[in-house]
Design a protein around this ligand. Structure first.
Ligand SMILES: NC(=O)c1ccc[n+]([C@@H]2O[C@H](COP(=O)([O-])OP(=O)(O)OC[C@H]3O[C@@H](n4cnc5c(N)ncnc54)[C@H](O)[C@@H]3O)[C@@H](O)[C@H]2O)c1
Length: 371
């Protein structure tokens, strides 16, 4: 029989982790502060746009949820994953207060008899997990960092088929325990990258910063090629053919957006500031992403008559997701509409509804299919 695992924060990430673990035989105890949400999980009436969530939830037998944090103090639970949100602050760093609150509450409980290992899955700033470990270790807890490289719209599958599992371990023994959990549910054979907590915190942000840089680079070189009268796809295909570079994320298109890449990229600047280092790359990347949108706007202005309708579809940051956060396509559509163009947005109902609430009659709308 597999072990019992605690998960605090069973939102998008935590719920998918819980479902994947339960499915391979773990007993999962989930804790969340959102009572209505907990109830919808308990009654299996939760509706989710995340593929497989509803069907996996329908099958669960060993997944219990509660608002009582004390339930995770259980001699059978050695590992507790923490997946609460860590929103970006105005300066680009992450707000860790939800994790701090969880740990404040944990410290009010009777300390566990056996060492309990807290595993932070939320995205945090480098150095945070070390300081949390210092605080928690006096009370029989350890802290490790285990961020995931997943994207909304494919979380369950991304968790099952990761390129790598990144573990910033409190000790070799704890790292072994976390690795064993992933080995039991990953359906591929990922690389287990095990390192210190701070190294893992830097790696998580650096991976996303590199991706944004590659996307912004591809779009900038594409714009440059077009300005010189060439075909951007010929140039980018040839650059990507160099094995040292590779063609992934080196296509010409809209800039990067969504809930993770832009914020992780911006945080990198703060990470450098923490140690008095100049690191202009993330700011330059962000600026290039904006300049590319401006280039696209100019192209529309050169080629499109004001009385002709411009149609945009797939306004989310990624196919199969309903997230419009930092969607570059939507930003471009907005710029055009503000310049007086007649812009028609076509998408699924829940996407159009979100946009209509924000932009009202700035656009014309067409619902493509009902969700
Ligand atoms: N969703 C993703 O695709 C993704 C990808 C990579 C990293 N992450 C990181 O994972 C973390 C969580 O993201 P998410 O998208 O799952 O967020 P989310 O908002 O969907 O879920 C967070 C959950 O934590 C709960 N919560 C908040 N405070 C709590 C507390 N004190 N005790 C118990 N529960 C509490 C909330 O009610 C919510 O259900 C973030 O740091 C995010 O950056 C998410």
């Amino acid at each position: 029989m597999k072990a019992k695992i605690g998960i605090i924060g069973i939102g998008r990430l935590g719920l998918c982790l819980a479902l994947n673990l339960e499915r391979v035989g773990f007993t999962i105890l989930g804790v969340d502060v959102n009572t209505d949400y907990i109830q919808s999980i308990q009654s299996k009436t939760l509706t989710s746009n995340e593929p497989l969530v509803e069907s996996y939830l329908n099958d669960v037998e060993k997944f219990t949820v509660s608002t009582e944090l004390s339930s995770i103090i259980d001699p059978e639970i050695q590992l507790v994953f923490i997946c609460v949100s860590t929103p970006s602050k105005i300066d680009g760093s992450f707000d860790h207060s939800a994790i701090d609150n969880v740990c404040d509450e944990i410290l009010k409980l009777t300390p566990p008899k056996n060492k309990t290992h807290l595993v932070i899955n939320s995205t945090v700033m480098p150095g945070y997990c070390n300081s949390l470990n210092e605080r928690m270790s006096q009370h029989n807890y350890t802290v490790s960092y285990n961020p995931e490289f997943i994207a909304q719209g494919s979380i369950i599958k991304d968790q099952q088929f990761p390129n790598q599992v990144l573990i910033g371990e409190a000790s070799e023994d704890v790292g072994n325990k976390i690795e064993a959990v992933y080995r039991s549910f990953c359906k591929n054979d990922p690389l287990y990258s095990r390192m210190s907590r701070t190294e893992a915190e830097i790696t998580k942000l650096a991976v996303n910063c590199f991706l944004t840089t590659k996307i912004a680079f591809a779009n900038s070189i594409g714009d440059l090629t077009i300005k010189h009268g060439g075909n951007q796809n010929n140039v980018l295909a040839a650059i990507g053919a160099d094995e040292r570079i590779g063609s992934n994320f080196l296509r010409y298109g809209f800039g990067y957006g969504g809930p993770c890449l832009p914020r992780d990229n911006r945080a990198m600047k703060k990470v450098a500031e923490q140690v008095d280092l100049e690191l202009p790359i993330s700011e330059a990347t962000d600026q290039s992403n904006d300049l590319h949108r401006r280039f696209q706007l100019e192209k529309f202005e050169q080629n499109q008559a004001k009385d002709e309708q411009i149609v945009f579809s797939e306004l989310t940051y990624k196919t199969d997701s309903d997230i419009i956060e930092e969607s570059q396509r939507l930003k471009l559509a907005t710029d055009l509409a503000h310049k007086g163009y007649n812009v028609l947005l076509k998408d699924r109902k829940n996407v159009i509804e979100q946009i209509r609430i924000i932009y009202e009659d700035l656009f014309n709308y067409e619902v493509l299919r009902d969700d």
